[in-house]
Design a protein around this ligand. Structure first.
Ligand SMILES: Nc1nc2c(ncn2[C@@H]2O[C@H](COP(=O)(O)OP(=O)(O)OP(=O)(O)O)[C@@H](O)[C@H]2O)c(=O)[nH]1
Length: 200
């Protein structure tokens, strides 16, 4: 089993908390409760299986209003980042570009990112064109998902995809851990056999 830390960013009210609640508890709350923890962050855990590996993911929900100095501390420990905008807010989309450069500056090398256009159910209030999300993903080389925490569109898919990307990026590291673990297990079994048979 492995454990990864993922992070949801950015503007306030784009639906970060709702995406997280939908993914971990399959719940949706239509009222807004701003994410204000002691650090402006809160997390939930979930386990998903990718390629036969059980991956425990710790997903951090950052407060959109938080000063970025606080949030950048969180970036350093993240393996994967969801950059979230709201399709009914052009402003939240414009801010994504700024947040990509902040992430590139503060997040560890090799951090995986995907772009999320949330509130896809709010078609009548759409301010961000369908192609705009895809344009950004081409520019920054990220995968793109349009999601709705409200109707449960692409929630599991997007969380699974980011986890897959993180897993792929850390494959070598993981293989090393697995080899070491299986060698240690073999040694422990040998010692156990020797103890039972009384041989040295
Ligand atoms: N229609 C619709 N509304 C949504 C969706 N996701 C979230 N909302 C609503 O948008 C508002 C803000 O959602 P939150 O999840 O609290 O937003 P946030 O990004 O965590 O906000 P901060 O904690 O302030 O950073 C709430 O009223 C939610 O009900 C969605 O997919 N569709």
């Amino acid at each position: 089993d492995v454990l990864f830390r993922l992070l949801l960013i950015r503007d306030s009210r784009v639906g970060k908390t709702c995406l997280l609640c939908r993914f971990t508890d399959n719940e949706f709350h239509s009222s807004h409760i701003s994410t204000i923890g002691s650090q402006g962050v809160d997390f939930k855990m979930n386990t998903i299986e990718v390629d036969g590996i059980k991956v425990r993911i710790q997903i951090w929900d950052t407060a959109g209003q938080e000063r970025y100095q606080t949030i950048t501390k969180q970036y350093r420990r993240a393996r994967g980042i969801f950059l979230v905008y709201d399709i009914s807010s052009e402003r939240s989309y414009q801010h994504i570009m700024k947040w990509v450069s902040v992430v590139n500056e503060y997040a560890p090398e090799g951090v995986q990112k995907i772009l999320i256009g949330n509130k896809a159910d709010e078609e009548q209030k759409r301010q961000v064109g369908r192609k705009q999300g895809q344009q950004l993903t081409k520019e920054y080389g990220m995968d793109f998902y349009k999601t709705s925490a409200c109707t449960n569109l692409n929630i599991k898919e997007s969380f699974t995809r980011l986890t897959e990307l993180v897993l792929q990026a850390h494959r070598k590291e993981l293989d090393g851990v697995r080899t070491r673990a299986s060698k240690e297990l073999a040694l422990a079994e040998l010692e156990e056999d020797e103890r039972q048979t009384g041989s040295p």
